[in-house]
Structures are given as structure tokens and as C-alpha cells.
Design a protein around this ligand. Sequence first.
Ligand SMILES: N[C@@H](CCC(=O)N[C@@H](CS)C(=O)NCC(=O)O)C(=O)O
Length: 203
Amino acid sequence: MLLYFAPGTCALAPHIALEWSKAGYEIEKVDLRSEAYGQINPLGMVPALRIESGRLLTQADAILKFIVTSFPDAELGAGDGELAEFNLDEALAFLTGDFHPAFWPYFGPARFTTKTDQDSLDAVKASSYSRIERVMNHLEAMLQDGHVVNQRRTIADPYAFAMCRWTVNLPKGWKDYPSIADFMNRMLEDPGVQAALSAQGLK
Ligand SMILES: N[C@@H](CCC(=O)N[C@@H](CS)C(=O)NCC(=O)O)C(=O)O
């Protein structure tokens, strides 16, 4: 397996999940804007995971679920219980469909305005803060039990971890949310998380 990544992006989530799964895998750092990567993944986005058959898997939540089913011994799935699978799917949909997009104006303000001056770009960035706060508040409530979902370690944990890191330079960062801060600090102590951070040059 080969995981295409750019440092610090949401590709950190499957990277940690692969570490936790003790999977045999390699990583390749890519330049998201390069023609070379565009030929690998025409969407020009990470994560992307090349599996043995040659198929390129895309979409973070789908890749994370693929890791769960490929490495059942790691027990990163929903667990048992009537609503367990729904709870995990709901959490993944929140992370991929609400949490991640809240950061788009912050990281790519030029995509949200036709103006090009710095003040206009900064204004677009600043406009993302309230939406980011809303999704962080929601995650804060989810993390009261120590994990994103089902009171157990699942693929949703590294996904949330990877994206909460993005708030570090915001007016309200992850350290300002008590349950998120507790979760992040525990994740930072985890050997698999440390291995992935180190491999991405983030530590
Ligand atoms: N829907 C995709 C979105 C992935 C995504 O937006 N990845 C970011 C990094 S966190 C990226 O590659 N951005 C490059 C771009 O938007 O051009 C997924 O969930 O995997």
C-alpha cells in the first residue's frame, strides 16, 4: 500500500490509522499543485491510497473505513451495539462534510472571492472563524467521553486529531476547548501518532 500525503493535511488521519493497524505501507509526499500528482489523482487532493490491485482509493472517510475492514485486528471500527455503526458513520460524515469544509475559506481564501488584495483575502479568512467555532463546539461536546464516538478508539479519532491541529493559529485554538485539549494531548502521547507526525516531518 502506498499513501500519498502532504504534511499536516487530513492525510494524517489514514496515516495514523495505518500505524495503529500495523499495516505494511509506504508513504509518498506529494506537491498538491504539481502536474505529476494531478496525473496520479486528477482531483489533486490527498489522501489517496494505492492498494495492491493498483486501484487508487480517495476520500478520507472511505479510506479510513477501508483500513478498518482490511485490518480487523486493530479494532478501529464502530464496535458492537444497535446504533454503533450509525454513530460512526454520522461522526465521519460530520468530520468530512461539516468540519473539514469549515476550513476551506481559511486555507484557500482566494477560492471564495474574486478580489486579490491581501485585505480582502484576510477578510475571507476571518469569515471562517465563526463556522470553525461552531464545528469545534460540536466536537467538544462529542469528546466529553474521551473519544469522538462510541466511547472507544475508532478511525474518527485520528481524523478529528488531524483537523483540530489546523486551529493552532486561530484566535480560538484547540487548547481553548477543554475536552478537545485533553483528547489532543492524549493523542500526542500515542506512539502511532508520534510515528506518523515524525514521518511527515511535523515533529
Ligand atoms: N473530499 C476529500 C477532500 C480532501 C481534501 O480537501 N484534502 C485537502 C488537504 S486536507 C487537499 O488535498 N487540498 C488540496 C486542494 O483543495 O486543492 C476527502 O475527504 O478526502
